[in-house]
Structures are given as C-alpha cells and as structure tokens.
Design a protein around this ligand. Structure first.
Ligand SMILES: NC(=O)C1=CN([C@@H]2O[C@H](COP(=O)(O)OP(=O)(O)OC[C@H]3O[C@@H](n4cnc5c(N)ncnc54)[C@H](O)[C@@H]3O)[C@@H](O)[C@H]2O)C=CC1
Ligand SMILES: O=Cc1ccc(S(=O)(=O)O)cc1
Length: 480
C-alpha cells in the first residue's frame, strides 16, 4: 500500500517545504515512519487565514446550485477513490480496511447530503406590522471563514462533516487535521479543489495543535471555530473563541451508557454491543462504555461478553482477517494502562485484557472491567479505547439515574423489547443521540451533537448546516 507525499494547501498552493519544520507520521500497526509531514510556521498560518478571507468572497458569490454541483462532484471523486483513500486511512490510523472503506463512502454521503441542503437554506417572509413596508424577510447567510480542527479517530468522516457543511453554506475553511492522520484529509481537500472549490476557499495546515488553534482563533479573518476532540481542549478553544465573540461548535467527548433491560433479546444486544464497543478499538466519541445489566442476568452477560472480547482477532488493519486494529498512537496505550490500574486499585474486577499486547504496534487487549466504583477514573472520564465496564443494577430507575449521572451527554443506548420502555428511555436519557436496540446514531441525514459537557451545536443533518450561517433580517420600505 502506498502512502502519499504530504503537503499543506496554503493560499492556493500545495507546499511540501514549509517554515515550521517536519514531523514523522507513523503507522500505528508497525510503529514504522511512513511519511514526513510539513508543518506551517506563523507566517504561513497568516497566509492561510488571509487566503480564506479572499476565498470567502469568491465562494459565497456562487449560487447555491453551483456550490451544490461542485460539492457533489467532490463526493463522486471521493467515492471513486474510496479504496485508495481507505488504504491511506488504515496506514496512518490503524483501523481495519473494511472500516476505513465504510468511513470513506459515508464521508461521500455526508458531502452529498450537505450539498443538497445548500439548495434548501430557506428564509421566511414575515408580514410587516406597520404600513409602508414592502417586505420583511429573515434569511441565512454564511458566517465567514471557518477554522476547523479534527482529530485522528475518523480521519475522513470528521473533516468531511466540517468541510461539507461549511462549504455548502458558502463559508471558506482553514482545516487542521490531526498531525497523526493528515494523509486522508489531504486527499479529501484535493477532491474538493479538483471539483471546483476556489483554491483560496480551502486551506489545509498542520503544526503544533495548540499554536495553530491559538493563532487561527485570534486571527481577525476567522469568523467561526469548529472543533472535534476532548472536553478539556474544547473548553479551551471555546473560551478563546468566546473572547472574540466568534461562533463555536464543539463535538467533544462522551461516556455513553448502555442500559440492557431485563426483557431485552440478550444474544442480539450482546452482538450489537460487542461490535459497537470494539469498533475502531473503542476510539469513537459515542462509543458505548458503561453497560448496565440487570443483577439477576449479570453473570450470563459478563461471561458471554468476556468470551467474545477474548476471541477478537487483533492485527494490522490491512490484513482482512483483522477485527480490531491498534490504538492510534503511543500515548493512548499509556492512558489505557492508567485507566485499568486505577480501576483495579479502587476495587474493580478485571475480567479480561488490561495490558499492552507484546508485539510491535500500539495494540491493547480488549478489556472488560466489572463493578467499577463511581470514583474510579474509568467511570468519570472517557477511556477512548477498548475498555468496557459492566455494572449490575436492580431497578430501571436506578439504571437511568446512573446513566445520567455524568456531566457528559453524547450517545446513550438501551435494549428492550417493550415499546413503552423504549419511549420512556428515549425520553429520560440525557444525551444528544439515543439509540434503542441499535448503535447507528451517526447518519449523514441526522444531526450529531452532545448535551452537557459533550459539546455545543450539531454536525450533519439540516441542523449541521445552520451552524455555519448567521441570521439576517431585511426590511424593505416604500422609497418615499
Ligand atoms: N471527540 C472525539 O472524537 C475525540 C476525542 N478525543 C479525546 O481526547 C483525549 C486525548 O486524546 P489524545 O490524542 O491522547 O490527546 P490530545 O488531547 O493531545 O489530542 C486530541 C485531539 O485534539 C487535538 N488538539 C489537542 N490540543 C489541541 C489544541 N490546543 N488546539 C487544537 N487541537 C488540539 C489533537 O491534535 C488531537 O487531534 C481522548 O482520550 C479522548 O477523550 C480524542 C480524539 C477524538
Ligand atoms: O467520533 C465520533 C464519530 C465519528 C464517526 C462516527 S460514524 O462512523 O459515522 O458512525 C461515529 C462517531
């Protein structure tokens, strides 16, 4: 598999020689260096922001239909190149190739959906309350140049969400993908530019994340900030944006509960839960973490869960036999070990896993912990890895209370055969996305966003586009 030569896109040029030095990109399955990433210096960041200012004027001047057609052409290119992009994604991020391929084709669907939504950015005509007014309208206009920051867990999907909505709304973008996984984003950016997005309307930079974000958020050309990543960093960037009263969307961390009801179809719930838990090695913001299981069926659930977790085939994502790949970088391994050690020290039971796999690559065993005390780190912070926590409960009220007990609210799930219980849980669970009897809450047509500390605003769906717009009212009176 080939990994491309990396370049940044600044002020209409692809640049391989930059002022900020270079950083190695590593294949997490082998720990081998696969490329050198050029990093932007401060002057180049300024060039990118100024370029976005110019690009905004050009891009917002196009009709919604034109923007739609250009974005749909980009989606077609992404689909046509899906296999190549997926291979690059697996090389830099580690997930199994089949998962990468699904991610890339879903990214094309996200672009298509937002492209079509561009044509439906409707306003309203409001009857005037006084005489002499010809029209009184409410409209949506693009917010302006956007600084977008995306992490390494979904190197195609998360840039696609931001680029599709921002560009569909008529905004220009400076995107900074994660330095661990820049190749996939570079190929997406190329697809948008080849499709006809003006060169100044789409810049891609990399560098030291804190320096780049600080520089861009403060830069007067940037009107909006969109970030996906941890709650801690989201708060920092949100605060910095707020100082300038700049618009901010944050897709932050979660700690998703799964309530398995007494009446659930256990084999079905188990199969779905295992697939969702260990997908992308658990590095998914809406990944299920806390499984609440009726006490009388706890043993049955734990045994089956552990057996299936132990049976997972770990390996290089480019091997078709692999079911779970490595973690994305070395820091994740250290973090997993801290979560496990802390839980065990505080009295939790380690049912399986809990260690780094002794081979090259950042592999961590699928891990199942039971009866973790509420003050253990794994019950308070998102592990963002292949760790499941199984907790018994006695009443549904108690399970709901525990599910809602954390200051996060991204995904929440439940399994039940009873329609009334399904609706009760759908109402009671405090999360932006609730899945009953399934985990597929991330769809191009549906808004995706968190409650509480899990974020602010939504991406995808019709709502996703609105966050890249400002409301303007226009009142036209009779000339004299
Ligand atoms: N919501 C999500 O999809 C993601 C959440 N995370 C959360 O972050 C935690 C830590 O992840 P790590 O990669 O180990 O650490 P990290 O916090 O250094 O990096 C996470 C992501 O945020 C970016 N980032 C970090 N500081 C930034 C800053 N000041 N400005 C702009 N971007 C910045 C990084 O480039 C990276 O893409 C995870 O445990 C997980 O909870 C991480 C990746 C994705
Ligand atoms: O990290 C958040 C995230 C990204 C993508 C998806 S999905 O592939 O669309 O399911 C889910 C969560």
């Amino acid at each position: 598999m080939d990994y491309p030569e990396l370049a940044l896109h600044i002020a209409g040029q692809w640049r391989t020689q930059t002022a900020g030095g270079r950083r190695a990109v590593v294949n997490p399955a082998t720990e081998e260096v696969i490329a050198q990433l050029p990093l932007a210096g401060r002057d180049e960041l300024a060039e990118a922001a100024e370029s976005a200012r110019r690009g905004f004027v050009q891009w917002r001047g196009k009709s919604a239909l034109e923007r739609c057609n250009i974005l749909r052409t980009a989606a077609q290119t992404i689909r046509a190149q899906a296999k190549t992009i997926a291979q690059v994604l697996t090389l830099e991020q580690g997930k199994p190739l089949a998962e990468s391929l699904r991610e890339v084709t879903l990214s094309a669907d996200i672009v298509d959906f937002q492209a079509e939504e561009a044509k439906r950015l409707y306003g309203r005509l409001v009857p005037p309350r006084v005489e002499g007014i010809l029209s009184q309208s409410v409209m949506r206009q693009p917010v302006g140049p956007v600084a977008a920051f995306t992490p390494w867990n979904f190197p195609a999907n998360l840039p696609a969400r931001k680029l599709a909505s921002a560009l569909a709304a008529g905004c220009s973008v400076v995107i900074k993908p994660a330095e661990e996984t820049p190749g996939t984003c570079m190929l997406l950016v190329r697809a948008f530019l080849d499709a006809g997005v003006p060169p100044d309307a789409l810049n891609m930079v990399c560098g030291d994340p804190a320096e780049v974000s600080s520089f861009l958020i403060d830069h007067p050309a940037i009107a909006k900030v969109s970030f996906t990543g941890s709650v801690a960093v989201g708060k920092l960037l949100g605060e910095q944006a707020a100082r300038h009263v700049k618009r901010f969307t944050g897709e932050l961390g979660g700690h998703a509960p799964v309530i398995v009801c007494d009446d659930a179809d256990f084999p079905f719930a188990l199969k779905q839960s295992l697939a969702a838990k260990f997908r992308n090695a658990g590095q998914v913001c809406a990944s299920p973490i806390r499984f609440y299981v009726p006490r009388r069926r706890f043993g049955e659930w734990s045994e089956a869960f552990v057996q299936a977790a132990r049976a997972l085939r770990l390996g290089d994502g480019s091997d078709p036999a692999t079911q779970m790949g490595p973690l994305a970088h070395a820091r994740r391994i250290e973090d997993m070990q801290r979560f496990v050690d802390d839980a065990v020290e505080r009295g939790a039971q380690l049912l399986c896993g809990g260690h780094r796999v002794q081979r090259p690559g950042y592999f961590f065993e699928p891990t199942v912990i039971a009866n973790a005390p509420a003050d253990s780190r794994v019950m308070r912070q998102e592990p963002f890895g292949p760790i499941a926590v199984l907790q018994p409960y006695d009443t549904l009220d108690e399970a709901i209370a525990q599910a809602n007990a954390l200051p996060y609210g991204l995904g929440a799930y439940a399994f039940t055969r009873d329609l009334q219980t399904a609706h009760r849980l759908g109402d009671a669970l405090e999360a932006g996305m609730v899945g009953i009897n399934h985990f597929g809450v991330s769809q191009p047509e549906m808004p995706f966003g968190g409650w509480k500390e899990s974020g602010i605003g939504q991406e995808m769906g019709a709502e996703g586009l609105l966050h890249y717009t400002e409301v303007k009212t226009l009142t036209v009176g009779v000339p004299s």
